[in-house]
Design a protein around this ligand. Sequence first.
Ligand code: MF3
Ligand code: CO
Ligand code: CO
Length: 279
Amino acid sequence: MVTYIEAGAAPYKNTGAIRLYGPEGFEGMRQACRVTARCLDELVTRVRPGVTTEEIDRFVFEFGMDHGALPATLNYRGYTKSCCTSINHVVCHGIPNDKPLREGDIVNIDVTYVVDGWHGDSSRMYPVGEIKRAAERLLEVTHECLMRGIAAVRPGARTGAIGEAIQSYAEAERCAVVRDFCGHGVGRLFHDAPNILHYGNANEGPELKEGMIFTIEPMINIGRPHVKVLSDGWTAVTRDRSLSAQYEHTVGVTADGCEVFTLSPAGLFKPGIKALGTA
Ligand code: MF3
Ligand code: CO
Ligand code: CO
C-alpha cells in the first residue's frame, strides 16, 4: 500500500510514506538546489588534467561554507567527503583522493547541499581535456536518458513511466541501465520514499502526485549493467570495467509536469561542456 502524507505533518525519518510538499517546500528546494547548481557550474573550469578529486572536494566544501550550505554527504553513514567523484568505470560514490585527473578521463561530480534543512542533489559529467568519441557518446546518451525521464513526469503517471522512458532509450542506443542504484525522494530528508527506478514499465510503481519531490539520476554503462562495490564500502564500479556515466537532477511534480530545481544558471548542464582553453 502506498501512502502519501502532507510533508509538514510527517516525522523526520523515512517511514515509506511519500511526502507531498507545498509552496514553502518548493521555495526551500529552489534555494538549496540553486546553490548546488552554481557549485557544479563553478567546477566546469576547475576540472582539468592534473587536478585531484581531493582538490575538487575541498572546493565543494568551501563553496558550501561561503553560501550557507552544508554538504549532506559529510558524515553521512560514515562517508567523510563533501561530494562523490566517479571516474571512468566508477558508476557512483567514488571517494575523492589525491590522484590527479588525467586527460581523457570522464568524471561525475555529485553534490548535495543542505540549505535551511532542504537538500539539493545533482550531478553532472565533466570531460577531462579531450575525451574519446565513445566516451562523448556515452555522456550524450546518459544526458538524454535523464531528459527523457524528466519529460515522463506528470501527475497521474506512475514512477515506472520514468524508468521505461530511460531504459527504452538507453537500450535502443546499445547501452545498459544500472539496476543497483536508483533515484529517491528528497526534500527535508536526503534519501526518502519513493525509489525512482531507471528501468521498468509505465504501469509499475506509485502514482506521481503534485507536490512530490525526488531525484532522477540514471547510471548508464557502455557494457553490461552489472556493478560491484569495492572494499572501501562505497566505490561502485562496472564488473566488466566498461565506462559508466550519470547525470542527476532534483525535480518537483507540478500540476502539469515538473519543475527542475537543479537547472544550471549558466546553461552548463549538458554534455560537451569543457574547461576554457581545452575546447
Ligand atoms: N548524492 C548521492 C545521491 O545522488 C548520494 C551520495 S551518498 C554518499 O543520492 F554518502 F555516497 F555520499
Ligand atoms: Co541522489
Ligand atoms: Co546525488
